[in-house]
Ligand binder design. Structure first.
Ligand code: SAM
Length: 256
């Protein structure tokens, strides 16, 4: 990594450490000055990002602090079609919301891993999982560019508004191809730009730590997943989060 990439990653880590601390004390997951994913509103009025993307039944299964720390741009557990006994990995698991929901879905014979680089988020996620009484969860410290799990060990990778924050997206996609079992799949929510927007135009629409400037375009996502070896790739826009930028569902399968 060069110095610029290291600085960016450190900014992301600091920003989400602050968000975890705020959520831990019952505050809004993001400061009033915004600047974290989607500038999630503290009064619950923002529904392009955060807990508003989960239905009432799912919210009922979650501790308040997990909901407060919800900083995603979709609901990957709703699209990943998780089955009993599966092994799930959530990249950038934050306060643990999608790991807890996945753990409940795969049941006691399955496992849900959460991977995050921010100590404060990991501590919050572990407390939330305990409060939600789920035991088939493991929160791992590490970066999504170097996943600390063996090859071919995961049935489904989910992620919620994190890949746009990576400073090395080709490494993330290559790591996904390594850890997913043959026949395994991806069900990812992320911010994705329309192909008409260049890198500078994306940066004009929002900050890097705010999950906008670092977003891939639809073609970049498809080409990157193809290059990593995935098949059956789709990138579906679900809701606009800025002019030409969308919350999107990204799906793909690792060929057998
Ligand atoms: C926008 S928040 C989303 C959290 C969670 N997925 C959710 O939906 O609430 C981004 C999370 O990804 C983590 N993160 C960002 N870049 C990362 C990286 N390169 N490796 C590991 N974790 C990362 C941050 O620490 C933060 O917890």
């Amino acid at each position: 990594m060069n110095t610029t990439e290291e600085t960016l990653r450190e900014q992301v880590r600091e920003r989400y450490a602050q968000a975890a601390n705020a959520a831990s004390t019952g505050g809004c997951g993001c400061n009033e000055d915004g600047g974290c994913c989607g500038n999630v509103a503290c009064d619950g009025t923002e529904d392009a990002f955060g807990e508003g993307l989960y239905d009432a039944e799912q919210r009922g299964k979650l501790p308040d602090a997990a909901l407060l720390a919800s900083l995603g741009c979709g609901n990957p557990t709703a699209v990943a079609e998780l089955r009993e006994g599966e092994v799930v990995l959530d990249l950038g698991s934050g306060g643990g919301i999608d790991v807890i929901l996945s753990a409940k879905r795969v049941g006691p014979t399955g496992v849900a891993y959460g991977l995050d680089m921010t100590d404060e988020m990991l501590a919050l996620a572990r407390r939330n999982a305990q409060e939600a009484s789920v035991t088939n969860v493991h929160f791992l410290k590490g970066v999504i560019e170097q996943i600390p799990l063996p090859a071919d060990s995961i049935d489904v990778v989910i992620s919620n508004c994190v890949i746009n924050l990576s400073v090395d997206k080709p490494s993330v996609l290559a790591e996904l191809a390594r850890v997913v079992k043959p026949g395994g799949r991806l069900g990812i929510s992320d911010v994705v730009a329309e192909d008409r927007l260049g890198v500078d135009e994306r940066a004009e629409r929002g900050s890097y730590v705010g999950c906008i400037a670092g977003a891939l375009s639809r073609s970049e996502y498809v080409d990157g997943l193809k290059a990593a070896g995935f098949a059956d790739i789709s990138v579906e826009f679900t809701h606009e989060v800025a002019d030409g930028m969308h919350g999107a569902i990204v799906k793909a399968v690792k060929p057998v």
